[in-house]
Write a protein that binds this ligand. Structure first.
Ligand SMILES: Nc1ncnc2c1ncn2[C@@H]1O[C@H](COP(=O)(O)OP(=O)(O)O)[C@@H](O)[C@H]1O
Ligand SMILES: [Mg+2]
Length: 404
């Protein structure tokens, strides 16, 4: 073997074929969406020497506050989308509900990762669950509902209680209702319809967990250790890693499902899979998010590669980063209610050891709005969770909630 051949062997990818170039530092990365996930993506990309262009219709958005450039326009503005796509080397996104026309337009000009076919599935709860089921993955039992007749037959198949969700545009529990009777179901359908609604069996789960996985154009896949998630009012409250010991075997199974799903739907970038673990230890997929995920925020301090750097690596076709956990951790969301009586007592967070405060630059602290998060590192994830909750409580100022 000549020395040149040796060099070629060494730079060959582990799997897949490297027919696509790496997008190297100095390049311009585009991001659809202006929220906190775009902001933290921009931080990670800029640290690696990239510039970031944000496309958002929202003035002063968390991501545009830190981006190198912002294109402030509607997704429905084809000229603006084209200008955006022409100005960058690759486009990624920070939420999956980007109008598909905009995605298709951008993709005519530059690679969009994840692509149109992934968003088409992930944007629509019925399409999402049907696709996963067709690939053989276990999902929450569901029935597509477009009429009161179909609602009746859904209730016969699934039984009460059921959860009705709009097929499109839901997030943080918005656009969904738990129903206990046909009367409640009809009222909820009238509220959520007339467009398609998904009826799901209400799962009396023992836990909610998620798996974050990355895949690059060269075919490399990297899976993070599983996160254990607690929700409050349908919004993520606290995530922990590692998961409680009794779920260790299930974590191995979930990691292998995550590899299968990201490959089956041919997703490039990050994908987070939310699961329920039933009382009989069965894993069921609840939903997919083809982007960084709130439950993955703790990776920034607790893993060797944070999720936002991993997104940069994946969409730029760089080698993926090491996903291993360095230290047990927990993340607690800071919602608007922490601001209920004025500014939080920030010193509670700053004074605590092994505690990392992230704020998203939002000035309107509405109830339930994600304003920031805290990550705590400790000897165990249970201890970290306890610490993150107690610091959050201490940050609440006078501890009373002024919202009615
Ligand atoms: N079928 C279900 N059974 C039990 N709980 C559910 C079900 N669907 C949703 N939930 C609860 O509501 C939360 C939010 O629902 P999800 O479908 O993940 O929508 P979102 O897009 O708003 O995150 C879930 O994390 C879970 O706690
Ligand atoms: Mg969810």
């Amino acid at each position: 073997m000549t020395s040149i051949e040796k060099d070629i062997t060494r730079t060959k990818p582990v799997s897949g074929n490297l027919d696509q170039e790496m997008i190297l530092p100095g390049a311009r990365l585009g991001i659809f969406g202006g929220g906190q996930l775009g902001r933290m993506f921009a931080h990670a990309a800029q640290r690696l020497g990239y510039s970031v262009v944000v496309f958002t219709p929202d003035q002063g958005s968390p991501a545009s506050q830190v981006a190198n450039e912002t294109i402030l326009a509607d997704y429905e503005d084809p000229k603006a989308v084209r200008k955006f796509a022409e100005s960058v080397d690759v486009v990624s996104l920070e939420f999956e509900n980007i109008p598909l026309d905009a995605v298709a337009r951008a993709a005519e000009v530059t690679p969009v990762r994840p692509g149109f076919h992934v968003l088409e599935v992930a944007q629509h709860r019925i399409r999402e669950k049907t696709t996963l089921q067709n690939f053989g993955f276990a999902v929450t039992p569901f029935v597509a509902v477009e009429s009161v007749d179909q609602l009746q037959s859904a209730s016969e198949q699934l039984g009460f209680p059921m959860v009705l969700k709009t097929a499109l545009w839901g997030y943080d529990g918005k656009g969904q209702r738990k129903v206990n009777s046909m009367k409640e179901a009809i009222a909820a359908f009238e509220l959520l319809g007339p467009s398609a609604v998904i009826a799901e069996k209400m799962i009396d789960f023992q836990a909610e967990v998620s798996i974050l996985v990355a895949r690059s154009p060269r075919g490399e896949i990297a899976v993070y250790p599983m996160f254990y998630n607690e929700h409050s009012n349908h919004i993520l409250d606290v995530s922990m890693c590692p998961v409680p010991e009794q779920f260790a075997a299930i974590a191995v199974e979930a990691e292998s499902i995550a590899r299968g799903v990201i490959e089956s739907i041919d997703c490039v970038g990050l994908l987070c899979i939310e699961f329920f673990i039933s009382k009989s230890n069965q894993l069921m997929i609840n939903e997919l998010a083809p982007r960084p995920h709130n439950s993955g925020h703790l990776t920034m301090e607790a893993c060797r590669t944070g999720q936002f750097e991993q997104q940069v690596r994946a969409v730029c076709n760089l080698p993926l980063g090491d996903t291993r956990l360095i230290q047990p951790a927990a993340m607690a969301n800071l919602l608007g209610d922490v601001w209920a009586v004025g500014h939080p007592k920030y010193e509670s967070a700053f004074a605590a050891p092994n505690t990392f405060l992230h704020l998203y630059g939002k000035d309107d602290a509405r109830m339930g709005r994600k304003m920031g998060h805290l990550t705590c590192l400790a000897e165990s994830s249970a201890e970290a969770a306890l610490q993150s909750r107690s610091i959050r409580e201490a940050m609440r100022g006078f501890g009373s909630r002024l919202f009615d």
